[in-house]
Design a protein around this ligand. Structure first.
Ligand SMILES: Nc1ncnc2c1ncn2[C@@H]1O[C@H](COP(=O)(O)OP(=O)(O)O)[C@@H](O)[C@H]1O
Ligand SMILES: [Mg+2]
Length: 269
């Protein structure tokens, strides 16, 4: 049965209220209230009115800059990532902007930065998916909210790479896929993840395959720190798989990832 608009809005209101009641403790209450500030409420109403979010479920994660919630879409479960307007990282961004006469309207500017960041994560996920890398399919953005496919089973997200214990063969398989994903991302999507580690890789448990997440900070190859970010991504993956006895030479990995692209570029000049 189709829900009326009023039902949908009531639903979101109720869920927000539930969140507040559940998180009565000081710290958590603050977080909950920060998430649902005015901009976020507006965005949630819009997503509800458009029929994209039918109901907002429980909290999956509370990170430094964003909260992730489970939600019901029309046909599928969704993951809803809400960037906090009042997050500390963006406050430090504000520090750089304050005092610069071009950015007099700081509140406005800060919000715009976060909205742009949200769109950037959407586009990065889309681009990664298009070149054949497993990522959650992005669905839409609305202000500071990114709606994407929920990756998990029975309403539980797949575990993070850091939390799984792989057998030797699976570890090698996941490692190989990840190195090839870094290369594909670099070569075909012309992107560098920028925060790749065991904290931003989910393991699809049935297939024992990695899924990359968290691409808000991903950069294109022209970014002044692209090379530094790429080396760090490679280092993090190499380090994590050492505990499985997988030895790797980070310089060699770097060459493996970059050499074909660099040759291509060289040939075309
Ligand atoms: N599409 C998704 N499906 C299921 N769980 C997700 C999804 N995206 C994120 N998560 C969960 O939320 C957590 C935080 O997401 P992430 O994008 O890494 O945000 P943060 O910037 O806070 O690190 C992840 O570790 C994962 O458990
Ligand atoms: Mg993360």
């Amino acid at each position: 049965m189709a829900k009326t608009l009023e039902d949908k809005i009531k639903n979101i209101d109720t869920l927000i209220d539930n969140g507040r009641v559940k998180n009565k403790d000081t710290e958590k209450l603050k977080v909950t209230e920060n998430v649902f500030d005015e901009a976020t409420l507006k965005a949630l109403y819009t997503l509800s009115n458009k029929g994209i979010i039918e109901a907002l479920g429980g909290s999956i994660s509370t990170g430094k800059e964003a909260n992730v919630f489970l939600a019901d879409g029309k046909d599928h479960n969704l993951a809803v990532k809400i960037y906090r307007i009042t997050s500390s990282t963006f406050n430090s961004m504000e520090d750089y902007i304050m005092g610069d006469p071009r950015f007099r309207d700081v509140r406005h500017t800060k919000k715009d930065l976060i909205f742009a960041w949200t769109k950037k994560e959407y586009r990065n996920l889309l681009r990664a998916g298009e070149v054949g890398i497993k990522v959650p399919k992005p669905i839409t953005t609305e202000r500071n909210i990114l709606v994407m496919e929920f990756v998990g089973k029975d309403e539980k997200p797949y575990p993070l790479l850091k939390d799984v214990q792989l057998d030797e063969a699976s570890a090698k398989k996941v490692y190989d896929i990840l190195i090839n994903y870094i290369k594909k991302l670099y070569e075909d999507a012309e992107l560098i993840h920028g925060d790749l580690s065991e904290y931003n890789v989910l393991i699809e448990t049935e297939l024992v395959e990695p899924i990359l997440i968290d691409m808000g900070q991903s950069v294109t190859l022209e970014h002044p720190r692209a090379d530094q970010f790429l080396r760090r991504d490679i280092q993090n993956i190499a380090r994590h798989f050492k505990k499985y006895g997988i030895k790797s030479d980070e310089t060699e990995l770097y060459l493996f990832v970059t050499k074909d692209k660099k040759e291509q570029n060289h040939d075309s000049h």
